[in-house]
Design a protein around this ligand. Structure first.
Ligand code: A3P
Length: 311
């Protein structure tokens, strides 16, 4: 048990990761009850790594035969926040769930989100013979940290002081952050992606920004929803990219106002800040840069995650 992060007073170490107590019961409930189906799709990440973007891209891709991406005003993304369409296990479905989402009744392919580390997923997801798919998105710890810092300061009660950046970095570098340490989370999925490439696709926010079309095609292929040549030449991929773009998402009324139903402190607009890479340079002092670089080098030096070059 440790002092928490931002809005959360206390954070607990459980199953080798840090969790905010309000998500503990739901996590246990998920682990006890969830049964994967062969065509389930899971969007997995550390908070602030691009979860929302990946959710909308995967949703628009996997459901494109039912919802035409170019018809933006008729698309579910026009009137529902991405986290409503692709709910989290531990924060929505198995949390105190006033909407009574019954996962067995969700339309197929069912799509879920989670921030849980790989070893805390259930065996029907990991080991079944089914084709249930996991897409993981990883982002530079520098940008993730800054995005986190803004997010947690946003959800503080109005009377609470903002969390000083240096203090926040201290905690982050110690690994004390919800669903962290960030290095073990990332490495758990990195390894899973290497060991079982048909089960886990490891993606990077920076690659998605730099080459959205290529990465989207790679994801569609992995999910078994590949784009045909006719779709590509007919502009379907471009429509999905446009629909899911930061500008479009941010300007949708549903994402400008409203709250994620179960997490009353979280307003939809907090998921759309500036959506760029490299914003961390506007916040880090040389000492802070050295500190986080050192942790990254120490924790990822021996792996091939290529994080160190993404600062
Ligand atoms: P910034 O705070 O750096 O802007 P998550 O979805 O995991 O909570 O991550 C939120 C981060 O992803 C925020 O980063 C947010 O702006 C960015 N983001 C959200 N939607 C996006 C989109 N459609 N394209 C690119 N980035 C997006």
């Amino acid at each position: 048990k440790q002092k928490g992060w931002g809005a959360y007073d206390i954070i607990l170490f459980f199953q080798n990761f840090w969790i905010v107590p309000i998500y503990l019961k739901a996590t246990l409930s998920f682990q006890k009850h969830f049964q994967a189906k062969h065509n389930d799709i899971l969007i997995v990440s550390l908070p602030k790594s691009g979860t929302t973007w990946l959710k909308v891209l995967a949703f628009a891709t996997a459901k494109r035969s039912r919802f035409i991406p170019s018809q933006i005003n008729n698309h579910p993304l026009h009137c529902s926040n991405p986290h409503t369409l692709v709910p989290f296990f531990e924060m929505d479905i198995y949390a105190n769930n006033p909407n009574n989402i019954d996962p067995s009744n969700l339309p197929e392919p069912r799509m879920f989100g989670t921030h849980l580390p790989f070893p805390s997923l259930v065996s029907s997801i990991i080991h079944n013979n089914s084709n249930c798919k996991i897409i993981y998105i990883c982002r530079s710890p520098f940008d993730t940290f800054i995005s986190y810092w803004h997010f947690f300061n946003n959800i503080l009660p109005p009377s609470a002081p903002t969390l000083p950046l240096n203090d926040a970095l201290e905690r982050y570098c110690e690994g004390v952050v919800p669903f962290g340490p960030f290095w073990s989370h990332i490495l758990s999925y990195w390894k899973a992606g290497n060991d079982t490439p048909n089960k886990v696709l490891f993606m990077k926010y920076e690659d998605l920004k730099a080459n959205t079309k290529f990465e989207l095609k790679r994801m569609a292929q992995f999910l078994n929803y590949p784009f045909s040549e006719e779709e590509e030449s007919g502009g379907v991929i471009d429509s999905i990219i446009e629909l899911c773009s930061f500008g479009k998402m941010k300007e949708m009324e549903v994402n400008k106002s409203g709250k994620i139903s179960l997490r009353s402190e979280v307003v939809n607009k907090y998921f759309f800040r500036n959506g760029e890479t490299g914003d961390w340079v506007n916040y880090f002092s040389p000492q802070m840069t050295e500190k986080l670089s050192k942790v990254i080098e120490e924790k990822f030096g021996g792996s091939d995650t290529d994080l160190s070059v993404r600062m």
